[in-house]
Design a protein. Sequence first.
Length: 365
Amino acid sequence: MTDPADPPVSPDGVPLSPAILGWSEFFEAQLGPEDADLVPRRIANVHRARLTALSPGGTVRLVLPPHANTGDYAVGDWVLVDPGTQMLRRRLDRRTVLERRIGGAGEPQLAAANVDTLFIVTSCNADFNPARLERYLALANQAGTEPVILLTKADMIGQAGPEAGHDAGEAGMTAEDYRTKAGALQRGLPVIFINPRADDAPAVLAPWCGEGRTVALVGSSGVGKSTLVNTLAGPGMAAPQVTGGIREQDAKGRHTTTARSLHAIAGGGWVIDTPGMRTLHVSDSGYGLDTLFAEITELAPRCKFRDCTHAHEPGCAVQAAIREGVLDPDRLTRWRKLQGENTANTPVQTGPRGNRVTAPRGRKR
């Protein structure tokens, strides 16, 4: 879809065709004859009462229809707009969506949409937490994005002080130990060492940041996410992300990103920064957990009982694998915890057919 009213390049001279913005056949296939007079725009910022979007001519502020709720839109969404008035007409279906449920049966909180790769950023210090990383991986798997773990501060292993953290990781662990431990969390998981401040950071991440591709960053505050966004976007970034240090006593960071936003990557593609997530509850993530714990998922059909909990039942293939040293018992413990949390937090449909409502488990309607 083209917009003849828009100039072919943005004000800074960078071409912003729909394809460069991430437009693909997936979105093109959703267009019908009724959309002939509309143009595509990609949401770049979501504010409490307004939306801004990217067009071939640069950033535009969208006019919202009556009763529109900006909470229904995510950074990275594609929407159709009236080119004359900039009135938003409708949102296109998402190819991928990162979302989390805060609690109860409320609507999930949208983090980002149409993301190709999720960079999960963690430091080689006390921030490194396999259980928390597994939550991010379940989120990425469920969203349909490709997860990649980025390890920062590998050069500070063994140091002390506010930048390294009071406890610079587990005693005796090397950088390769961190890589091995992270890579064991999921089959085929890429694990990359990265210095967010280094000039070569965009080149290191280039395989995931090609033209028209979108990446997002998640992780605890203070691990270098905002710094990496600034490095990827380059000096042309209109409003660089504010960066901050970490607390010396526990290696936890201060929140420096408070809103989600879409930025061009200097070498091609787009990056979405997200606020640090201290708490990430698992819900609506059955597929994500099955992918994350594939070694358990594949053993389960071999158990004697279909509803085996892998705790004490006779003929349990999972427990047999633990006894044989094939399966890490800590993985089973974390699998059981996340499965229980997912079941408790995922709302169910209840009520008569044709008038079903969503409610938390255990609450009758």
